[in-house]
Design a binder for this molecule. Structure first.
Ligand code: SAM
Length: 254
């Protein structure tokens, strides 16, 4: 069995894009001798751990309840049920009480009717606060992608979530605003310098990027000083930088 097949041999990784698995695998392998049996074991173990950090560490214990919540939903704008769904994913859970503020801030600069959301997770369920827009997302986690698409389809909302590895796309759909919520550091860990390249590929006039100011699940606070690399990329283009809960946002006009 190849190393890729060994990694995919665990159920939790079967629905993950092979592009992403290979990318992480190559990165991890750099440190080891891929012909050595012991090293191969370490590679498989470490790759799985990195993949968990990147995509599956966000699931709350009640993650499987989301299907039931969606079934109960009668109206796309049902904030009560959408909030329950947002709360099964750590990223959106941490933001659930602040969505009104987040979108109000963004709408001060751009009254958007279309969104491209990279590494979107379950963020489409913030549509009741975001407003009815054409929503396009990309995520590497097929289960989340299917689930988000079933919300769009159930209520005839315009847009679609695409399954895939953002690092493998050359072209992105043009939208009025592009969200990069808590994803850029993960991308950078796979390919240093990727954010700059990504900005070239995005044709949306506005980008909103965010970063955690606390480690996953409300743990230790993490210094914003680490974001100097990003501030340099967007220097002179930031319309507003603001903090809400454990997240710092940058509204960027290109
Ligand atoms: C920290 S969560 C953020 C989710 C969402 N943006 C939010 O803030 O609510 C990171 C998300 O990015 C996705 N992801 C990680 N690496 C990715 C990649 N290379 N391509 C596409 N999606 C990716 C994960 O599956 C996960 O849903």
């Amino acid at each position: 069995m190849s190393l890729l097949e060994q990694i995919k041999d665990k159920k939790e990784f079967r629905k993950l894009s092979e592009d992403l698995i290979s990318r992480v695998l190559v990165k991890v392998s750099e440190k080891y001798d891929v012909t050595d049996k012991k090293d191969q074991k370490k590679i498989v173990k470490e790759t799985r751990a990195r993949l968990r950090d990147l995509y599956s560490a966000f699931r709350m214990r009640n993650f499987s309840k989301k299907e039931k919540y969606l079934e109960e939903m009668k109206d796309w704008e049902d904030k009560e049920i959408c909030k329950k769904i947002l709360q099964v994913h750590l990223s959106t859970r941490e933001r659930a009480e602040y969505y009104d503020d987040v979108y109000m801030k963004i709408r001060k600069y751009v009254d958007f009717k279309s969104v491209l959301d990279l590494g979107c997770g379950l963020n489409v369920f913030s549509m009741p606060w975001m407003g009815r827009v054409d929503y396009y997302g990309i995520d590497v986690n097929q289960e989340d992608v299917d689930f988000c698409n079933s919300y769009l389809e159930k209520f005839g909302l315009r847009g679609a979530i695409r399954w895939g590895d953002v690092l493998s796309f050359d072209n992105h759909l043009k939208s009025e605003v592009c969200f990069m919520f808590k994803v850029l550091e993960g991308f950078e860990s796979l390919e240093r310098g990727f954010t700059e390249k990504l900005f070239e590929k995005i044709s949306s006039p506005y980008i909103v990027a965010s970063f955690a100011t606390r480690s996953l699940g409300g743990g230790k606070s993490i210094s914003e000083k680490r974001l100097k690399w990003f501030e340099k990329i967007v220097e002179g283009k930031v319309l507003e930088k603001f903090k809400l809960a454990d997240e710092v946002y940058f509204i960027v006009k290109r």
